[in-house]
Design a binder for this molecule. Structure first.
Ligand code: S3P
Ligand code: PEP
Length: 675
C-alpha cells in the first residue's frame, strides 16, 4: 500500500506478465451478508480484503456473526440465522455502497420484525450519496427510518418493531442506483412467509449488478422469479441456506485497468489477467468488449483473459456504458490514445458515486492537456497528442486513482504518439484501498520503462553514516524501490566465505557474485532461499563486503544486478559508488557523512540494542580504518560525485535529513512550480 501524499509515475513503456486480481467487491460483500444472515457456517474463499469488505466484516461481527480466519486464508462466517443477537448497534460503513444499502434494508426489516435500533453512518461523501429511493420503499413497507442529517441521505436510524405490509408489491426506483433493488432482494427473504413482490419504478440502471445479486441469492437457496427487469418475486418460505463454501471471483472492474494496460502496452506478448474470464458472473467483464472495439486483442478462458495491443492508435468509440458503470471510467483514459473523439453515454450515475465522476474525469483529463466535453449523463474525450505533466487529484475515489495511472503510458508507444515524456502524479494513492489495496504494487510488477526515464536518487557515504535508514525513509515517502548495494557486496562476501572461497581470489569471488540468488522483500533478504537479513548486518559480514568490493571483477559482476533495480516508479540506491559509477545520471545525488565520533556512537547504540557489547573507541578505530580502505581502493574509491550534494547529518535527526532530501528532490521535479 502506498500510504503517501502522492505517487509520481514516470513515463511507462511496456507491460508484460501475469496479474492475479483481488476478489470482487460486489460478490464479496453480497456473500458476506448472505452468509451472515444464514444459519450455520460458510467458508468464504478468496474474499477481497479492502476498506469496503472491512466495514462489512466489522458490521457483521457487531451484529453477532462469528468470523474466523483460517490459516489458509479462508474466512469462516457463522451467520445469525436471521435472528438478531442484540437489539442495537451503531455501524460505520465508510464509503461502501455495497454495505450501506443492503445493511439498511436488512436491519430495517429485522428491526421491524424483531425490534431494535440501529444507526448506520459513513464518511462525509457517503452522507452525500443518495439512499432516498430505498428509504421510501422501506418506509412504504412499514419500516421506521429516520434520516439523521439530510432527508434522503445517510446517516440513518432504523428502529422497530413495526407492522409490515407485505401483501402489496414493494415499489422501488431503479434509475439512481441498482443497489436499492439489490438491497431489497437480499433482505426481503427475511420476511417472506408469503410471496413478496418487488416492482421497479422507472428504468433500472446497472442491470448486471442485479444479475449478480440474483445468482448469489440462488447459491444461498433463494430462487427469485424475475419478469424482465421490472418485477421480482421472492417465493413464500424462502430461507437463507449456506452452500457451505463459496469462492469469490476476481474483480472484473479491477480487471479493466489491466485490460486497458494490455491494449496500450502489451506489445510483444499478451498481458495475462487471472481471476475473471468468460465464465464470470460480473457484468463488468463486458468491459473487454469495449476494449476490443477500441482495438485490443483479447483472448478469454473461463477464468482468465489475455490482452494485447491490436489497433494503434486505439479506435475511438461511442458507447452506452450503463451496463459497465465502474469499468467505463477506464475507457475515458483509453480515449486519450484514440484516433478520434470518444463518447461515453448513459452514465448519469457517475455523478452520485465516490465523487461526481463526470466532473472529476473532465477536470483531471484537462490537466493532462486533453479537450473534454461533458453533459448531464455523458462525457466526450478527445485524443491527446501534446501531453503535459499533471498532478491528478483523486477525490478519495479509487477508480480515479487507478484509471489515471494508465495516462503514464505514452511517448515511446509507437511512432504515432511521440510526445513529451511526462510524469503523472497520483495524489492520495492510498484511496485505492477501497477495492484494490495493492493496485500500484500490482501495476509496477508488470510494467517497464526506459531506464533513463526512471528517476533515481543516490545516497553514497561512508559506513554508519545512516545511508540505509535515510534511503528507506525517502523511498517509503516516494513509493520507490530500494537498492541497498552494500547488501549485494555483503551477500557476495557471505556466500563466498560459506563456499570456502578465498576472499582475495577476485575471479572466484566474481563468479559467486554472478550467480548470487539474492532477493529483497518486505525488509527481509534471502540468499538461495535462506533468510540472511541478520547475517548480512553482522559486523564480520561488513568486513567481508569491504574486502570483496575492492575487486574490479566483483564490481563488474554486480553492476548489472544493480542496474536491474532501476524500475518504475523510481529507485533510491544507497552505497558507496551509486552516484559515481552505477547511476551517473541520477536525478539527485547525495553524499552523506557524519563525524567518525557520531558514527561510532550510532553503531555502538545499534549493537547495544541488539545485546552485543562493543567499545566505542574500538568501533571508531574500525570505522576509520574502513574509511581509509574505501577511499584509497583503486576500484571506485569512496568519493562524492562531482554533482553530489553533501549532507553532514551529525547534528540532524533522521526526519530532518529525510525532509531535506525530499525538498531537494521536489525542487528538481516537474511539480516544483505549482501549476
Ligand atoms: O451492486 C453493486 O455491487 C454495485 C452496483 C453499481 O452501482 P449503481 O447501481 O449505483 O450504479 C456499481 O457502480 C457499484 O460499484 C457496485
Ligand atoms: C461506485 C462504487 O462503489 P460503491 O459500491 O460504494 O457504490 C465503485 O466501486 O465504483
Amino acid at each position: 500500500m502506498f500510504k503517501i501524499p502522492f505517487l509520481d509515475i514516470p513515463p511507462l513503456q511496456r507491460a508484460a506478465g501475469t496479474v492475479r486480481l483481488p476478489g470482487s467487491k460486489s460478490i464479496s460483500n453480497r456473500v458476506l451478508l448472505l452468509a451472515g444472515l444464514s444459519e450455520g457456517q460458510t467458508a468464504v474463499h478468496d474474499l477481497l480484503d479492502s476498506d469496503d469488505t472491512r466495514v462489512m466484516l466489522a458490521s457483521l461481527r457487531e451484529l453477532g456473526c462469528q468470523l474466523e480466519q483460517r490459516e489458509d486464508g479462508v474466512l469462516l462466517v457463522t451467520g445469525i440465522g436471521a435472528q438478531l443477537k442484540g437489539s442495537c448497534a451503531k455501524l460505520f460503513l465508510g464509503n461502501a455502497g455495497t454495505a450501506m444499502r443492503p445493511l439498511t434494508a436488512a436491519l430495517a426489516l429485522l428491526a421491524a420484525t424483531q425490534g431494535g435500533e440501529f444507526e448506520l453512518s459513513g464518511v462525509p461523501r457517503m452522507h452525500e450519496r443518495p439512499i432516498g429511493d430505498l428509504v421510501d420503499a422501506l418506509r412504504a413497507l412499514g419500516c421506521q427510518i429516520e434520516c439523521l442529517g439530510n432527508e434522503g441521505y445517510p446517516p440513518l436510524r432504523l428502529s422497530g418493531p413495526s407492522a409490515l405490509k407485505l401483501n402489496e408489491p414493494v415499489r422501488v426506483r431503479g434509475d439512481v442506483s441498482s443497489q436499492f433493488l439489490t438491497a431489497l432482494l437480499l433482505a426481503l427473504p427475511l420476511v417472506s412467509a408469503q410471496p413478496v413482490v418487488v416492482e421497479v419504478v422507472g428504468e433500472l440502471i446497472s442491470k448486471p449488478y442485479v444479475h449478480i445479486t440474483l445468482e448469489l441469492l440462488a447459491r444461498f437457496g433463494i430462487q427469485v422469479q424475475r419478469e424482465g427487469w421490472q418485477r421480482f418475486t421472492i417465493p413464500a418460505g424462502s430461507r437463507y441456506r449456506s452452500p457451505g463454501a463459496v469462492h469469490v471471483e476476481g474483480d472484473a472492474s479491477s480487471a479493466s485497468y489491466f485490460i486497458a494496460l494490455g491494449a496500450l502496452a502489451a506489445i510483444e506478448q499478451p498481458l495475462r489477467i487471472e481471476g475473471v474470464g468468460s465464465a464470470s458472473l460480473q457484468g463488468d467483464v463486458r468491459f473487454a468488449e469495449a476494449a476490443s472495439a477500441m482495438g485490443a486483442r483479447i483472448e478469454a478462458g473461463p477464468n482468465w483473459l489475455a490482452v494485447q495491443r491490436g489497433a494503434w492508435p486505439l479506435k475511438a468509440i461511442d458507447l452506452d456504458c450503463n451496463h459497465i458503470p465502474d469499468a467505463a471510467m477506464t475507457l475515458a483514459v483509453m480515449a486519450l490514445y484514440a484516433d478520434g473523439p470518444s463518447t461515453l453515454r448513459n452514465i448519469a450515475s457517475w455523478r452520485v458515486k465516490e465523487t461526481d465522476r463526470i466532473a472529476a474525469m473532465a477536470t483531471e483529463l484537462k490537466k493532462l492537456g486533453a479537450q473534454v466535453e461533458e453533459g448531464p449523463d455523458w462525457l466526450r474525450v478527445h485524443p491527446l497528442r501534446l501531453w503535459q505533466s499533471a498532478s491528478i487529484h483523486t477525490y478519495d475515489d479509487h477508480r480515479v486513482a487507478m484509471c489515471f495511472s494508465l495516462a503514464a503510458f505514452h511517448g515511446l508507444l509507437g511512432k504515432e504518439l511521440v510526445g513529451p515524456r511526462v510524469t503523472v502524479r497520483i495524489e492520495d494513492p492510498n484511496c485505492v484501498a477501497k477495492t484494490f489495496p495493492d493496485y500500484f504494487e500490482t501495476l509496477f510488477e508488470v510494467v517497464s520503462a526506459d531506464p533513463a526515464d526512471v528517476p533515481v536518487i543516490t545516497i553514497d557515504g561512508p559506513t554508519a553514516s545512516g545511508k540505509g535508514t535515510l534511503a528507506d525513509e525517502v523511498a517509503h515517502e516516494l513509493g520507490y524501490w530500494i537498492l541497498d548495494s552494500g547488501a549485494l557486496y555483503r551477500a557476495t562476501g557471505l556466500a563466498a566465505s560459506r563456499a570456502g572461497i578465498d576472499l582475495d581470489d577476485a575471479q572466484a569471488v566474481a563468479a559467486v557474485a554472478r550467480g548470487l540468488d539474492l532477493h529483497f522483500r518486505k525488509g527481509r533478504a534471502t540468499l538461495a532461499g535462506e533468510d540472511v537479513t541478520e547475517a548480512l548486518r553482522a559486523e564480520a559480514t561488513g568486513l567481508m563486503a569491504s574486502q570483496v568490493a575492492a575487486h574490479q571483477p566483483v564490481r563488474d559482476a554486480l553492476q548489472q544486478l544493480q542496474l536491474d533495480f532501476r524500475r518504475a516508479p523510481g529507485l533510491v540506491a544507497d552505497g558507496r559508488d551509486m552516484g559515481t559509477a552505477i547511476f551517473p545520471d541520477a536525478g539527485l545525488k547525495v553524499f552523506l557523512t557524519a563525524s567518525a565520533a557520531t558514527r561510532a556512537e550510532r553503531r555502538h547504540k545499534q549493537l547495544i540494542s541488539k545485546g552485543i557489547s562493543a567499545s566505542i573507541e574500538g568501533l571508531r578505530a574500525d570505522l576509520e580504518a574502513r574509511d581509509a580502505r574505501d577511499k584509497s581502493r583503486s576500484a571506485s574509491p569512496l568519493k562524492p560525485a562531482a554533482d553530489a550534494l553533501s549532507l553532514d547529518n551529525s547534528a540532524q535527526t533522521i526526519e530532518e535529513s529525510r525532509d531535506l532530501l525530499l525538498r531537494w528532490w521536489a525542487e528538481r521535479g516537474p511539480f516544483s512550480v505549482q501549476r
